[in-house]
Ligand binder design. Structure first.
Ligand SMILES: Cc1cc2nc3c(=O)[nH]c(=O)nc-3n(C[C@H](O)[C@H](O)[C@H](O)COP(=O)(O)OP(=O)(O)OC[C@H]3O[C@@H](n4cnc5c(N)ncnc54)[C@H](O)[C@@H]3O)c2cc1C
Length: 263
């Protein structure tokens, strides 16, 4: 999607947090051509839910752990690299970001073999951990009781160019669809700010644009009837397999009920 005549090339993005908002953001970014790494420092809080009943498209609800698995599969298929690792430090550095990642996803900084990733942009979606943002002066953090939120504008922008926040961490309602939508919205703001040519992430039937004498806009794709049927069959097979048997995992307990009694 890079047009050397009219726009910038997509850059490297680190998404901190592979939950609802982060995976949704990552999917949009990777599909727009960004080199996208999604880091998970643990599991999504959604895995504590018993049965997810308010996500559009699932009239009788859906197992939230299956839904979370499918979010991961979709992000990978969209082109994201999903990695385990907890972001424990972040430093803006001359137009780039140095992201310190602890491979120990148990929480805190193990002091072990932490790695540093370099990115052009960072999208923080790491509910409920804002600690790695604390040392950055231009990032506003709002402490409310035991929770901390990142102060962002309508596009999820923080006070640091190239640094964004999405989902519950950015103060959005504690609802799956809201956080997924916000992840997408913030990703679109990042794409717009980067000046990568982009119209909409759309798949349209063959001729939708071109039969009207228009070029297929950047971000869009036209597919013919054969390809449309092939994709439909593939999507049916993927979903049939995913829904064939009940999910094996039980809901994750609240940390205060676990053996460690954490949080
Ligand atoms: C018991 C329960 C039931 C719920 N039921 C519903 C429901 O029925 N309907 C509904 O709409 N919503 C429900 N929710 C809310 C929904 O799960 C959340 O609003 C949603 O998951 C928030 O998305 P998020 O991406 O902001 O956070 P999350 O999905 O929690 O994702 C955050 C991710 O960031 C990771 N992370 C944290 N710190 C770091 C770090 N330093 N580095 C890297 N990664 C990090 C976390 O491990 C996690 O993977 C429920 C929540 C709970 C607890």
């Amino acid at each position: 999607m890079d047009d050397p005549d009219t726009g910038a090339a997509p850059g490297r993005v680190v998404v901190s947090g592979g939950g609802v908002a982060g995976l949704s953001a990552g999917t949009f970014l990777a599909r727009a051509g960004f080199d996208t790494v999604v880091l998970s420092g643990g599991e999504s809080i959604l895995r504590r839910n018993a049965h997810l009943e308010n996500v559009p498209g699932f009239p009788a609800g859906v197992n939230p752990r299956l839904f979370a698995d499918l979010l991961e599969r979709g992000a990978e298929r969209g082109g994201c690299l999903l990695e385990e690792g907890r972001v424990v430090g972040l430093r803006p550095d001359d137009g780039e970001f140095r992201v310190r990642v602890d491979p120990d996803t148990g929480g805190g900084d193990s002091g072990g073999d932490a790695a540093t990733l370099v990115a052009d942009s960072v999208l923080a979606a790491s509910w409920s951990d804002p600690e790695y943002l604390r040392g950055i002066d231009a990032v506003g953090l709002v402490d409310l009781g035991s929770k901390t939120y990142v102060d962002v504008d309508e596009g999820g922008r923080t006070g640091v160019e190239g640094l964004y926040a999405a989902g519950r961490l950015a103060g959005k309602a504690h609802q799956t669809v809201v956080c997924a939508g916000h992840g997408a919205e913030v990703a679109l703001a990042l794409i717009e700010d980067s000046e990568v040519p982009f119209y909409h992430d759309w798949v349209a039937p063959e001729g939708y644009f071109t039969d009207r004498g228009r070029e297929v806009p950047p971000g869009c794709e036209e597919i013919d009837a054969e390809e449309r049927r092939r994709r439909e069959r593939e999507s049916m097979a993927v979903m049939a397999e995913a829904f064939e048997t009940p999910h094996g995992d039980e809901p994750t307990a609240h940390p205060s009920l676990s053996e460690e009694g954490a949080e």
